[in-house]
Ligand binder design. Structure first.
Ligand SMILES: Cc1cc2nc3c(=O)[nH]c(=O)nc-3n(C[C@H](O)[C@H](O)[C@H](O)COP(=O)(O)OP(=O)(O)OC[C@H]3O[C@@H](n4cnc5c(N)ncnc54)[C@H](O)[C@@H]3O)c2cc1C
Length: 170
């Protein structure tokens, strides 16, 4: 993992907006995610997971906490006609890949410019379909560092705000 201090969030969002994050941690493995969470908890700072940054608008004041960037959490495998995909994989890439494998369900996400993790968090959708329809299981890292399994049809709590979430932590 790589830890950065006072980095402009404008570098990490589609709309190129936002002041500095107190810390931004790039994660490459699940263990990095555990360590990043621990880093934030030890400093009593709020955590903000970030994918491709295609659905967040940060304030010019920035974010006084730890941004855990998950775009580099990559990898996938196919087992018995199911795709197991890490959170940082781009949705368009996985849509193309699953189509090539003859698997259906992901094709309508080909034009959504986010990551798989961001897509789950926002329940991304298009053409009358939503991400929750195709999720069999979701694995999340808890604050205690455990891997929790969320069931079929899982909808993450931030999905109510559909496009462009605004972060202004002062
Ligand atoms: C041009 C354009 C077109 C778009 N078209 C569509 C569309 O057709 N349909 C649609 O649904 N959306 C669309 N969007 C919105 C956006 O692409 C989706 O919401 C996408 O799923 C966001 O993914 P992301 O990785 O960019 O998330 P981010 O913008 O990085 O984060 C969004 C939210 O998800 C949380 N989050 C991100 N990754 C994780 C993770 N791994 N674990 C936990 N929480 C996480 C963040 O904390 C934040 O609350 C569009 C956006 C743009 C700019």
């Amino acid at each position: 993992m790589r830890v950065f201090e006072n980095v402009p969030l404008s570098l990490y969002t589609t709309f190129r907006l936002g002041g500095p994050a107190r810390y931004l941690i790039e994660c490459y493995t699940v263990d990095d995610v555990r360590d990043a969470i621990k880093f934030a908890l030890e400093r009593n700072l709020p955590i903000l997971p970030l994918g491709a940054g295609s659905d967040v608008l940060f304030s010019d004041k920035g974010f006084n906490g730890v941004v855990i960037r998950l775009m580099n959490l990559r990898g996938y495998k196919f087992v018995d006609n199911y795709a197991y995909i890490m959170a940082g994989e781009p949705l368009p890439k996985i849509a193309n890949l699953t189509a090539d494998m003859g698997l259906s369900g992901f094709e309508y996400l080909v034009g959504v410019p986010g990551t798989v993790g961001g897509g789950i968090a926002k329940n991304a959708g298009a053409h009358g379909h939503e991400m929750a329809e195709i999720l069999e299981e979701v694995y999340v890292v808890s604050k205690e560092g455990e891997i929790l399994t969320k069931p079929k049809g899982y909808k993450h709590k931030v999905q109510g705000i559909r496009f462009a979430e605004v972060w202004d932590s002062g």
